[in-house]
Design a protein around this ligand. Sequence first.
Ligand code: ATP
Ligand code: MG
Length: 424
Amino acid sequence: MRQSHLFTKTRKEAPQGEVAKNAQLLVRAGFVHKEMAGVYAYLPLGLRVLNKIIGIIREEIEAIGGQELLLTTLQDPEIWKKTGRWSDEVTDVWFKTHLHSGDLYHQGSELGLANTHEEALTNLMREYILSYKDLPTYVYQFQTKFRNELRAKSGIMRSREFIMKDLYSFSANEASFKEFYEKCASAYMSIFARIGLGSHTYRTFASGGSFAKFSDEFQTLCDAGEDTIYFSKEKKIALNKEVYTDEVLKDLGLTKEELTEAKAIEVGNIFSLGTRYSEPLGLLYKDEAGAERPVFMGSYGIGPGRLMGTVVELYGDQKGIVWPKSIAPFQVHLVEISSESEEVSKEAAELYRTLTEAGVEVLWDDRNLRAGEKFADSDLIGIPLRVIVSEKTIAAGVFECIERGSGKVSSMTASELIESLSHV
Ligand code: ATP
Ligand code: MG
């Protein structure tokens, strides 16, 4: 894509009152637009990153048997009343609305904007899960959640409207549920590794709710995190502060001395729902003997936006964002200097064509600006590899390449460049 066609521009200042580093950089670089506190729109660059994250999650969830669907945002209160979660005391993050006052049959009656989807999906699955032969089954979606979050100070990592990947498992019994639960835990680790967060992310013991002693959170070590965890790098184990008690430590065979306290970001979590939703909503199946039993459920969430924010927090530096290759909006930032030279423009156009034809995603800075300005923008946007075309590089017969992360400089021909990019 030609940068001169990109409608977004970089800016020097972050919005007033924006305290989170991720949102400051993402707004300045033109990835997101701040609509209001805790509410962000994704602009073309940001949407490219978000879609790459979603693509990686989708691949890994499909690989463990997930079936994708799309539930609705508008929620029927009647279903939520059955599980006791319609009440604002129980669910303190509700955004509620109501039907038109002129509606003939349901004059002004209340509706909810989904903050999660256990109720809706459990109710829907009653039509499809009838016998043990229909189990297990795994259903997931990428859907908007609305949450009236009390504190929205972490930029896109805690927003009031955000896309969540939520997956739900439906099993005949706990043993079958657990088998999938472990598969999902390893799928999650693959997702975080592919996104570039692998070595910083710990599967973490957290409180489990009514159906299991623990749930598992996936916590990425980062000073900007809202959670506190205790972890051991050697043992690759971690506990959330909420379960950091002498009793739990003893259970897990851990000592306080071997654990380090750190701030962390919850990038995902998985937990047992047991029959918490299947019982009140009547999601029952007939077992081999013909007896009716409640379905045993699990729930598995990841926030693609929170992942994006986490990457910016972890890898962003003084100059701007540093994207891992797997989720970068483009692989190459082709910067021509200067645009007044026709020869340079021709050479840049030629390289753009060659790379694009080879399947490389290129943002081509064809704008007529000073080199310093272009480099500053390029650093801020954070594409992994910058390739410079100038009179100097034309004379040398090779392109100058700079890695955004390491600052490593090299000289490559077009074919060497394509070769090096094919190893992403
Ligand atoms: P938290 O403890 O951070 O409030 P949660 O435990 O309520 O999150 P879930 O409802 O289980 O989270 O959501 C699953 C995943 O969705 C989280 O692990 C996180 O990645 C993401 N997520 C949750 N809340 C938000 C939010 N307000 N903005 C962006 N992503 C979120
Ligand atoms: Mg949580």
